[in-house]
Design a protein around this ligand. Structure first.
Ligand SMILES: Nc1ncnc2c1ncn2[C@@H]1O[C@H](COP(=O)(O)OP(=O)(O)O)[C@@H](O)[C@H]1O
Ligand SMILES: [Mg+2]
Length: 364
């Protein structure tokens, strides 16, 4: 048998399967979350007030996919009294731009330019919604960006207070990966969301998700069990299944470059270096300068006690302990660094910070 590919041949049955926007039909392990999102939205379908909600989980745990699935389902209901406005906050740097996205969805027409006063625009949104006699459920995906830009509370207030303008029923859902929304103060009794958590997938879950994706996207025998196991092994510590899907795709590209009909472990290793670099630069965009400075320091020091790390951080940034602690927690939630408790001699327990992903992008 000829084991080599001619140039026009490909290992991919369908490349779309590995693209970020692809919504998988087989979406396992998120039954509980889907139910809770559906439950929050359901009153809105009847024109009543949807429940406010916050979705929290590390990147690549199925948050956006879950929301998309429920939106698709809700929009199939012809008698629905609900308008769902989905906003990706990565692309909305201002309060005005978030409101513009919502207005576009409610009215079906282009929003006025930035010439209009915010207050006037705001009234226009309430007016349009009231005229349509519909409820609104606004989903602010990747709302970490609003927190980092310092406009989260303003934007949430804008949406939660629409009813003060006109008798409209609104619900708000914000989705977070690396930051925590201020649930106790800031928005107070106005928000009180249901919190839906998205934990990282286990080893078996990750393996199954990747196997299913590979079966859909590649011709048979392109990847075997050993390859998926290897990719799973690299994916699980990241807690991000998107990383594994990206590795599958990149590994197959490498195999194609060698004109091979199957992916080998060395293809995966080559793909790993690129995928790690890409992932890091993508995620670092979410972090503040302070957080990035702390991550850089932790990477330089590799393994360090929390106290030493703070001293170095203070020296470099002149920032205090509260800032340090906040930045540390934020990086830990994103699984970029880890804090372990270890027993060390008579001083007892100490906190040791280990960088899970060095900034150089290469991994052992
Ligand atoms: N349970 C799952 N089954 C199949 N694919 C999944 C599952 N969870 C996540 N994915 C895939 O992982 C990638 C990231 O999912 P996404 O919903 O965008 O995560 P998040 O919004 O939490 O970052 C997408 O390609 C998605 O299709
Ligand atoms: Mg997402």
């Amino acid at each position: 048998m000829n084991n080599y590919l001619s140039w026009e041949q490909t290992l991919f049955k369908d490349r779309e399967i590995f693209e970020p926007g692809y919504v998988p039909e087989a979406f396992l392990y998120r039954e509980k979350q889907l139910k809770r999102i559906g439950h929050a939205i359901a009153p809105g379908i009847k024109g009543e007030q949807p429940q406010n909600m916050v979705c929290i989980g590390p990147p690549g745990t199925g948050k956006t996919t879950s929301i998309r699935k429920i939106i698709d389902e809700a929009e199939q209901i012809s008698t629905s009294e609900l308008i769902i406005a989905y906003v990706n906050c990565r692309f909305t740097p201002t309060r005005f731009s978030v409101l513009s996205d919502i207005y576009r969805k409610i009215s079906g027409i282009e929003p006025p330019g930035t010439g209009i006063a915010l207050k006037k625009f705001y009234e226009k949104i309430a007016e349009t919604l009231a005229a349509k006699n519909k409820s609104l459920f606004a989903v602010l995906d990747d709302a970490d960006f609003l927190l980092l830009r310092g406009i989260y509370c303003n934007v949430a207030n804008d949406i939660l207070r629409l009813y003060e303008n006109r008798p409209v029923n609104t619900g708000l859902c914000t989705v977070h990966s690396t930051q925590r929304p201020p649930l106790d103060d800031g928005l107070g009794s106005l928000f009180m969301p249901v919190v839906v958590k998205f934990p990282s997938y286990s080893w078996d879950e990750t393996f199954n998700i990747l196997s299913t994706r590979a079966k859909l996207g590649f011709y048979s025998d392109v990847v075997n069990k050993e390859i998926i196991e290897k990719i799973t092994q690299y994916t699980v510590p990241k807690g991000d299944v998107r990383f594994g899907i990206d590795l599958l795709k990149r590994s197959a590209f490498h195999a194609e470059l060698r004109a091979s009909v199957a992916v080998t472990p060395s293809d995966v290793d080559a793909a790993l270096v690129e995928a790690s670099k890409d992932r890091l630069s993508r995620y670092l965009k979410v972090f503040s300068e302070t957080e990035r400075a702390l991550l850089d320091l932790a990477s330089e020091m590799v393994t360090v006690q929390a106290g030493e790390l703070f001293s170095a951080f203070h020296e470099r940034t002149h920032k205090g302990y509260t800032t340090f602690h906040k930045a540390l927690n934020s990086l830990m939630r994103a699984k970029l660094i880890d804090a372990n408790i270890e027993n060390r001699g008579k001083n007892g327990r100490m906190r040791v910070i280990v960088v899970k992903q060095p900034t150089s992008g290469s991994e052992s």
